[in-house]
Design a protein around this ligand. Structure first.
Ligand SMILES: [Zn+2]
Length: 326
């Protein structure tokens, strides 16, 4: 006895579903990144092939951050876990090292040329972890992220390679813009004083003398002697402004301003820099490139520079990041 045509049709559809190659794309690779700078870069390079979660949000200090039980769950479920390394993540770094055997973990700085890494004066073994402020050096992190994504999502390789190439181009354009922004500051005023030593790479890339009240990490306190040496520098060079940072308490910078005032030099707080965390999502500062451009332009304005117009490609990219119409 023959089956009715409707049943035959249904059976054919079900069989076809099992036999036919799946046309739909693979689900996105679950990427977990420690910092917003890495998360934003992974999103730009991975595009639709990745879904990215950042553990540390706006205003969070990575040096002091401790992993919550929720973070451990998120990290354990990652298809790829990206971190900065170079001791940036402090205790979170210890948790990541322990996870290394269970989750694919990639340190985005581990292919950076050693001779391009800055080290704290007198301490050979401690590299400066704030590498995202050297936009050219960050290209190495981009390539590391590209290769790590492609290894785990090979179908997306052509798109990921193309995205990475265009992101590297954007970094070049942004880097040239930032250099010209800082070059607009009168030479004797090219001194950047901030809450902690996050801007060493920024200073090297852009010809700026950089001093932090605290050292490379925020887990150390500045001594009175160091504070006085900084006040001497500011008074001597007639530096007009010093800066607070979004991820570091402002107390030490305020003490510096008072100290300069007591020496007869009025120094202003030039604004809030984004040092170790990107800004709010949906703004240009909420991206890695936007954060560096924001800082450069803020520094230049406060130190007496004139900010040149952004190159077209960079302006368009930042407008899109901020959801502004072109
Ligand atoms: Zn830092």
């Amino acid at each position: 006895m023959c089956a009715p045509p409707a049943i035959l049709a249904a059976v054919t559809v079900v069989l076809a579903w099992f036999v036919a190659p799946r046309a739909q794309a693979a689900p996105p690779l679950k990427v977990v990144a420690t910092t917003g700078m890495i998360a934003d870069t992974a999103r730009a390079i991975g595009g639709p092939a990745v879904s990215v979660t950042a553990l540390m949000g706006e205003g969070v200090d990575p040096h002091l951050y401790k992993a919550s039980p929720g973070d451990v769950r998120v990290m354990t479920g990652a298809g790829l876990l990206l971190w900065n390394g170079l001791h940036l993540e402090g205790r979170l770094g210890d948790a990541i090292t322990k996870l290394g055997s269970r989750v694919p973990v990639v340190c985005v700085t581990d292919a950076m040329p050693q001779d391009r890494l800055l080290r704290a004066a007198g301490v050979d073994s401690v590299p400066d972890p704030h590498v995202w402020f050297d936009l050219e050096l960050w290209g190495s992190a981009c390539e590391r992220i590209r290769d790590a994504i492609i290894e785990r999502a090979p179908d997306a390789a052509p798109d990921v390679r193309a995205r990475c190439a265009s992101h590297l181009q954007l970094l070049d354009t942004a880097s040239a813009h930032v250099r010209s922004v800082i070059a607009s500051i009168p030479a004797e005023r090219r001194v950047l004083v901030t809450a902690h030593d996050a801007f060493g790479y920024f200073g090297r890339a852009n010809g700026l003398t950089v001093r932090g009240i605290q050292g490379l990490s925020t887990d150390s306190e500045a001594s009175l002697r160091e504070l006085n040496a900084l006040i001497d520098l500011i008074v001597e060079r007639k530096v007009p402004a010093v800066f607070i940072e979004s991820s570091v308490p402002r107390k030490a910078v305020e003490a510096l301003v008072e100290g300069c005032g007591a020496r007869g030099h009025a120094v202003a707080i030039g604004g809030e820099l984004l040092s170790d965390a990107i800004g709010p999502a949906g703004t240009e500062q909420g991206t890695h490139v936007g954060m560096v451009v924001h800082d450069a332009e803020l520094i230049a304005r406060a130190l007496g520079g004139t900010v040149p117009a952004r190159p077209g490609a960079l302006a368009a990219w930042l407008d899109a990041a901020a959801g502004r119409a072109p």
